[in-house]
Write a protein that binds this ligand. Structure first.
Ligand code: GDL
Length: 454
């Protein structure tokens, strides 16, 4: 079997985000991209697939099994590891043997579908057990080890080459510091979880700007094994307005030797993951040095052919400008940052800005706004549908800023007012959610305060 010579280092993608899971077609495209990029793993863990979490006890129908079987085959035919994950943590009774039987029933179905590798995930679950479990196991970590060890041993007997992964309840540095899962959680995992089982970890934070070698080494001391990174750098399920097409960044190349694997949990919209995947694959294989921006520009050039429109082609310069507006969670791309600073300098209440500065801003804004309009004519409709809501909003904001700068800028009366018939109260930035968002402002240190403009 293609996957029996399992490479130890796992590098690939975890479909582990909230929201609509990827389609079979998208997963097929993913497997092709993983193989092309020299990656070797796909971890199946779609949060909002009902049978992955909420209905974990139910077995699959014949139709569902057939779909999963075709995914397993799709991976195996390309030499990729298909790892099947189940998340029973919302309501499992850890000490109840019938619960273990249910987990085994699901894994039996997957073994029959040809799957060899498995995972149990305990992220994002209530941080408590029922009274019986508390009495039997004493700690949350011990209860999870009991179930995971039993299932992993059972799996190994049936699939000798099986890799088995475990996601702890505190799965990042901040959660561990806050003692999520109880005192000594990670130490208990280190000593009680079977040493053959790998542990997933997202870094110092859920979304980690940087992941350093010392951070991972420190964790390794607790876990008594190298963690496998579940990297949420490009995940966008926590903010429907954003997506990330910036490069894999904030991780040194040396990290590769300090971890047991690297799995990227990217944008929920499959079509938006071209650059994240390309740059991630390049990072995994890079002989060094690693220059994220260079990798980004190279991947953007490769992405460009996907932007054929019915009419005027999109230029690489325009695509980079757009990509820079949706770069990474903690930074804009260079061109978007310059654009923003320019816009900001034009908005303050002070003296009218220089005509030249306004002119530069207006030219760039028009370019970006017109690009957003041109993208409605993309031939690749899945790509456009993934972009459309975000770039619609971007276009609206650019349009307003241009009107503002034109009506209040150089040569206009000092009390000139800006009004727009296209940006009317309640329809523009309207609705319940923005109203709620205006109630509290977040300070730079992360704390919240009542907003001055409710
Ligand atoms: C999480 C979830 C993940 C989600 C991500 C980003 C892990 C282990 N779990 O906490 O499903 O996509 O944040 O929102 O990362």
């Amino acid at each position: 079997m293609a996957t029996s010579e399992s490479p130890r280092f796992l590098a690939g993608v975890v479909e582990g985000f909230y929201g609509p899971p990827w389609s079979q077609v998208e997963r097929g495209e993913l497997f092709a991209a993983l193989a092309t990029g020299g990656l070797n793993t796909y971890l199946y863990a779609p949060k909002d697939d009902l049978k992955h979490r909420t209905l974990w006890r139910e077995t699959y129908t014949a139709e569902e099994t057939a779909k999963l079987e075709s995914l397993v085959r799709g991976c195996q035919s390309r030499g990729l590891l298909f790892i099947y994950a189940l998340s029973p943590g919302l309501d499992i009774r850890y000490g109840d043997p019938t619960e273990l039987a249910r987990l085994r029933a699901r894994f039996t179905q997957m073994l029959a579908a040809g799957c060899e590798h498995f995972a149990l995930l305990f992220d994002d679950i209530p941080d408590r057990m029922n009274a019986d479990d508390a009495e039997e196991f004493g700690s949350f970590a011990a209860a999870q080890c009991h179930v995971t060890n039993a299932l992993a041993r059972w799996t190994r007997e049936r699939s000798p080459a099986a890799r088995f992964l475990f996601c702890p309840t505190p799965y990042c540095g901040r959660m561990a510091e806050r003692k999520l899962g109880g005192a000594n959680y990670l130490a208990t995992i280190g000593s009680e979880l079977w040493s053959e089982i790998d542990v997933l970890w997202t870094g110092p934070e859920i979304i980690s700007r940087e992941i350093t070698v010392p951070h991972v080494r420190d964790l390794q001391r607790w876990l008594r094994r190298k963690p496998i990174l579940w990297d949420n750098l490009h995940a966008n399920d926590y903010d429907g307005r954003r997506f990330y097409c910036g490069p894999y960044a904030g991780r040194p190349l040396e990290l590769r030797a300090a971890v047991g694997g690297l799995l990227l949990n990217p944008n929920g919209e499959f079509a938006l993951n071209f650059v994240p995947l390309r740059t991630f694959a390049a990072f995994v294989r890079s002989p060094g040095p690693w220059e994220p921006r260079t990798a980004y520009l190279a991947a953007m050039a490769e992405w460009l052919p996907h932007f054929a429109t019915v009419d005027e082609p999109v230029s690489l310069e325009d695509l980079v400008l757009l990509g820079d507006c949706y770069y990474l969670p903690f930074e804009e791309g260079a061109e978007a940052e310059v654009f923003f600073q320019r816009a900001r300098a034009l908005i303050p209440t002070g003296p009218a800005p220089e005509a030249e500065a306004a002119g530069t801003f207006l030219a760039q804004s028009t370019r970006l706004r017109e690009l957003c309009t041109r993208l409605t004519e993309l031939r690749n409709r899945p790509l456009f549908y993934a972009l459309s809501r975000r770039i619609w909003e971007l276009r609206e904001e650019l349009d307003l800023l241009e009107r503002y700068v034109t009506s209040t800028g150089a040569g206009q009366a000092s009390d000139a007012e800006c009004r727009s018939d296209f940006h009317l109260p309640a329809t523009y930035r309207g609705g319940f959610l923005p109203k709620l968002q205006r109630l509290l402002a977040q300070r730079a240190d992360g704390s919240f305060t009542p907003s001055s403009v409710p």
